[in-house]
Design a protein around this ligand. Structure first.
Ligand SMILES: CC(=O)N[C@H]1[C@@H](OP(=O)(O)OP(=O)(O)OC[C@H]2O[C@@H](n3ccc(=O)[nH]c3=O)[C@H](O)[C@@H]2O)O[C@H](CO)[C@@H](O)[C@@H]1O
Ligand SMILES: C=C(OP(=O)(O)O)C(=O)O
Length: 428
């Protein structure tokens, strides 16, 4: 087990290249199950979620070959092997095996997913969608059993515009008989990316990226080649980092339109951002002012950037309030930031950050992926050395984060934890 150490104070300068989007990758890989021949995905991020999903694809008989950021999946020998335990518990997106296996085999047994704990994360809308398509769904000892004699298109209204439910229903509906309409669908860019892959495989999908998606089921889906979109959350994290501790940082391989809500808030704070076609140049202004932020579904401010943004607000002048309307309990990073001298309190579904505080290095624990990003940002601003445990969460979603930051001039490194530290970590 590793820990990340950061000695704060260095100003960051240079260019950082953003990897492929985690939240696309984790759906594109299971989507390959639906094809009858090989699917090649280019530009995948080298993160542990991608490794775990590749292993799961192999467990059900897929042939997976990798070369750098390209993965080819030959799904022809896959079977509807039950996956009730094991690696499915390591990440959230294993739930996409439900939709993809249901679409291909009309049956699946998948353990309830893991992933970041952000408060309750139900999957009732996924199940409602599968049932509407004609599947019988039961929950037996922590695993979801899905079976359908035949999948039939249906009109499905999502009670909440869930990213996972929208994609999962698309995965099953592309192989249903007739037309499916998903209303109140989520509109995140990753949904468009998955629809683009499925369309290249021969699916008929209209409206991805709007709140009504129409799918006409087909009998066969073939292999294809697809290039993933850049990770807007990784790009947002480095943009926040550049605003907090940058001299001038260029964020490369980004779709600026995917980050408009964040960029608007940063400009309101006084950060200078120049938008290019695929780049952002970020220069912190002379004075950072606090702002309030409310997370919303896309194109609103993403919940996945609220924790990193909290770290930035500790530096700004004034008090900022961050309200998370998606995950009301996504505040586990706050206690850790407080160990670093941050003046933050949580009230109801909001964190209230008193800014212009000098952070101090401390021993802290990343409870989840974006909490980890928040702690790294705080550590880069802090006096002294910060030790961050829980690195396995960070490695689920940030490709080579220590190397990328080192190249920007940060003083950051990894160390193996001693047996005693591992024991303390596991008991904490
Ligand atoms: C792998 C992946 O893409 N993860 C992202 C995805 O997670 P995930 O797909 O799990 O998130 P959802 O969009 O489904 O969740 C949004 C909201 O809907 C609620 N809900 C969701 C499903 C359901 O069946 N019932 C229900 O009530 C959730 O509790 C939450 O309050 O979108 C989240 C919201 O942008 C991001 O934080 C995650 O990074
Ligand atoms: C919450 C996240 O991931 P997951 O849904 O995979 O747990 C995230 O990417 O911030």
């Amino acid at each position: 087990m590793q820990k990340i150490l950061v000695e704060g104070g260095n100003l960051l300068k240079g260019k950082v290249k953003i990897s492929g989007a985690k939240n696309s990758a984790v759906a594109l890989l299971p989507a390959a199950i639906l094809a009858e021949s090989s699917v090649t995905i280019e530009g995948l991020p080298e993160i542990s979620d991608v490794e775990t999903l590749s292993d799961l694809l192999e467990e059900i008989g897929g042939k997976v070959s990798k070369s750098d950021q390209t993965i080819t999946i030959d799904p022809s020998a896959m079977t509807s092997m039950p996956l009730p335990n094991g690696k499915v518990k390591k990440l959230r997106a294993s739930y996409y095996f439900m939709g993809a296996m249901l679409g291909r085999f009309k049956q699946a047994v998948i353990g309830l997913p893991g992933g970041c704990y952000l408060g309750p994360r139900p999957i009732d809308q996924h199940i409602k969608g599968f049932e509407a398509l004609g599947a019988k769904v039961t929950n037996e000892q922590g695993a979801i059993y899905l079976r359908a004699d035949e999948l039939r298109g249906a009109r499905i209204y999502l009670d909440v515009p869930s990213v996972g439910a929208t994609i999962n229903i698309m995965l099953a509906a592309v192989r249903a008989k007739g037309k499916t309409i998903i209303e109140n669908a989520a509109k995140e860019p990753e949904i468009i990316d998955v629809a683009t892959l499925l369309t290249s495989m021969g699916a008929k999908i209209k409206g991805a990226g709007t709140d009504v998606i129409r799918i006409e089921g087909v009998d066969h889906l073939h292999g294809c080649r697809h290039t993933i979109i850049p990770d807007r959350i990784e790009a947002g994290t480095y943009t926040i980092l550049a605003a907090s501790q940058g001299e001038e940082v260029v964020i490369d391989n980004v779709i600026p339109q995917h980050l408009e809500s964040l960029l608007a808030k940063l400009r309101e704070m006084g950060v200078e951002i120049v938008e290019g076609e695929e780049q952002l140049t970020v220069r912190p202004g002379a004075r950072l002012n606090s702002v309030d932020v409310k997370t919303l579904v896309y194109p609103g401010f993403p919940t996945d950037l609220q924790q990193p943004f909290t770290a930035l607000l500790t530096k700004a002048n004034g008090t900022g309030v961050i309200t998370d309307t998606i995950y009301q309990a996504r505040f586990k990073h706050i206690d850790e930031l407080r160990r670093m001298n941050a003046q933050v309190k949580v009230e109801g579904g909001a964190s209230i950050v008193t800014g212009a505080v000098k952070l101090e290095g401390a021993k802290v624990k990343a409870s989840d992926l974006r909490a980890g990003a928040a702690l790294i940002i705080a550590a880069l601003m802090a006096d002294g050395v910060t030790e961050i445990t829980g690195v396995e969460h960070i490695d689920r979603g940030y490709e080579r984060i220590t190397e990328k930051l080192l190249a920007l001039g940060a003083n950051i490194w990894r160390e193996e934890m001693s047996e005693q530290e591992v024991e303390q970590f596991q008991n904490s």
